[in-house]
Design a protein around this ligand. Structure first.
Ligand code: NAP
Length: 254
């Protein structure tokens, strides 16, 4: 498949987990890929690990998506190195889970800043290049936790906020040929869910089994499940889809 031949894709938080798998999927489908992450060497290692099509390139760029100056510098680097930006995947994320009465100001601000401010800053910077080109795809990573999840007031608010951001950017940017959608994963096996398991005192393997038992499909998801949804939603096959949130959760929210 080469749905992304000659396309340039930016994935934030792509040093590992869902972001790394998504970067890999776009690369396999022909794209040049910019891997953005907090740490330069981790971003570069992830970019170096991509399997690229002939003529495609990959770059690893340090970027803190919650910092305006860092975002401006990273987006400028992508355009300098890869020439343009066709697709942006706002994937970078953190968790700071706590029940409300124990949640600190910092727990709240960190999560809102990385997910929500990060997607805002990245989208605002990238649209400067997409609008004149009259082409673009923006995909935001929401979550089933947007619908409410104990211990995740910060994360749930950020993830539902991203759904509102998605709908609003779709309204504003549609006339410039830009589609904006969100994908809302359920339980996906990554360092993030393993960290949650350890926080609640359960072995990651047991935690996964419990999540699988609660799912209609009796299984948990893997980063590739989100990558394939991302590759569809950002493709021209999905050209009449915008402002939507696709739950990729094994049916968990049914
Ligand atoms: P992950 O394995 O923890 O990876 C997240 C990546 O984001 C890490 O490489 C991390 O870098 C990076 N990052 C954190 N803060 C950043 C910042 N300020 N700027 C740039 N990069 C930053 O997480 P994941 O499970 O793959 O999750 C990816 C996305 O999917 C997140 O938005 C998450 O909320 C969402 N999601 C995940 C699940 C799930 O079950 N895993 C479910 C629903 C939604 P460091 O390693 O340096 O911290």
């Amino acid at each position: 498949m080469s749905r992304y031949a000659d396309r340039v894709v930016v994935v934030t938080g792509a040093a590992r987990g869902i972001g790394a798998a998504t970067a890999q999927r776009f690369a396999e489908e022909g794209a040049s890929v910019a891997v953005l992450d907090l740490d330069q060497s981790a971003a570069q290692a992830s970019a170096d690990a991509l399997t690229l099509a002939d003529g495609a390139k990959a770059v690893g760029i340090a970027c803190d998506v919650s910092d305006s100056a860092s975002v401006q510098a990273a987006v400028a680097r992508v355009v300098e190195d890869l020439g343009k930006i066709d697709v942006l995947v706002n994937n970078a994320g953190v968790i700071r889970d706590n029940l409300l009465f124990k949640m600190s100001d910092d727990d709240w601000d960190t999560v809102i800043n990385v997910h929500l401010r990060g997607a805002f800053l990245m989208s605002r910077e990238v649209q400067k290049h997409m609008v004149p080109a009259e082409y673009g795809k923006i995909l935001n990573l929401s979550s089933t936790s947007a619908l409410g999840n104990r211990g995740q007031a910060n994360y749930s608010a950020a993830k539902m906020g991203l759904q509102g951001l998605t709908r609003t950017l779709a309204l504003e940017l549609g006339r410039y040929g830009i589609n904006v959608n969100a994908v809302a994963p359920g339980f996906i096996v990554t360092d993030m869910t393993d960290a949650t398991a350890r926080r609640v005192g359960v072995e990651p393997e047991e935690f996964r089994k419990g999540a699988a038992q609660r799912s209609p499909l009796l299984k948990v998801g893997y980063p590739q499940d989100i990558a394939s949804a991302a590759a569809f939603l950002c493709s021209d096959e999905a050209g009449f889809i915008t402002g939507q949130t696709l739950y990729v959760d094994g049916g968990a929210k049914i």
